[in-house]
Design a protein around this ligand. Structure first.
Ligand code: S3P
Length: 167
């Protein structure tokens, strides 16, 4: 039987989906699930390793299946990887769910993630890459979001409260 997730969190890497997702799940008394964690568990290796070993397209195919499984199985809060919305089928699968887009500006993104080698998409020239990522993805997040919660200058607790208010 397919369950309907209470809330799906989307937004760029480093925006705080995992932290806010856990807080939100706690406040709502439901479980928390993170598709990046599901992928690492299922594959037995880090996401950066999948990118290096098999490339981004292979990772996206794995991610698409992980998102579909999480949406079908989980009733609580589900956080998706920052690039999950690139896939049109994933965007279509989000229809009918409550989808909260945690947003941040480029400056905030650079400040928060810095030179994070664990995040393969930001390994070189983070500011330029952030600008390009945001330009390419912002409209995709907005397309599937049922609520937008800006996070700049807010603590995870404040973002969680804003997400609850926006639901
Ligand atoms: C990615 C975001 C990451 C992870 C992978 C690719 C992206 O997830 O899925 O490194 O394309 O933005 P987080 O948003 O949870 O960091």
């Amino acid at each position: 039987m397919s369950a309907v997730p209470a809330i799906v969190l989307i937004g760029p890497m480093g925006v705080g989906k995992s932290t806010v997702g856990r807080l939100l799940a706690e406040r709502l008394g439901v479980g928390y699930r993170d598709t990046d964690e599901d992928i690492v568990t299922a594959e037995g290796r880090a996401i950066a390793e999948i990118f290096v070993d098999e490339g981004e397209d292979a990772f996206r195919a794995i991610e698409k299946r992980a998102v579909r499984t999480a949406l079908a199985e989980h009733e609580g809060v589900v956080a998706l990887g920052g690039g999950a919305v690139l896939d049109p089928d994933t965007r279509a699968a989000l229809a009918g769910h409550r989808v909260v887009y945690l947003s941040m500006e480029v400056d905030e993104a650079v400040r928060r993630t810095g030179l994070n080698v664990a995040r393969p998409l930001l390994a070189v020239n983070p500011r330029k890459q952030w600008r390009e990522l945001m330009e390419a993805r912002r409209h995709l997040y907005e397309e599937v979001a049922t609520a937008v919660v800006p996070t700049d200058g807010r603590t995870p607790e404040e973002v969680t409260q804003a997400a609850l208010d926006a639901l």
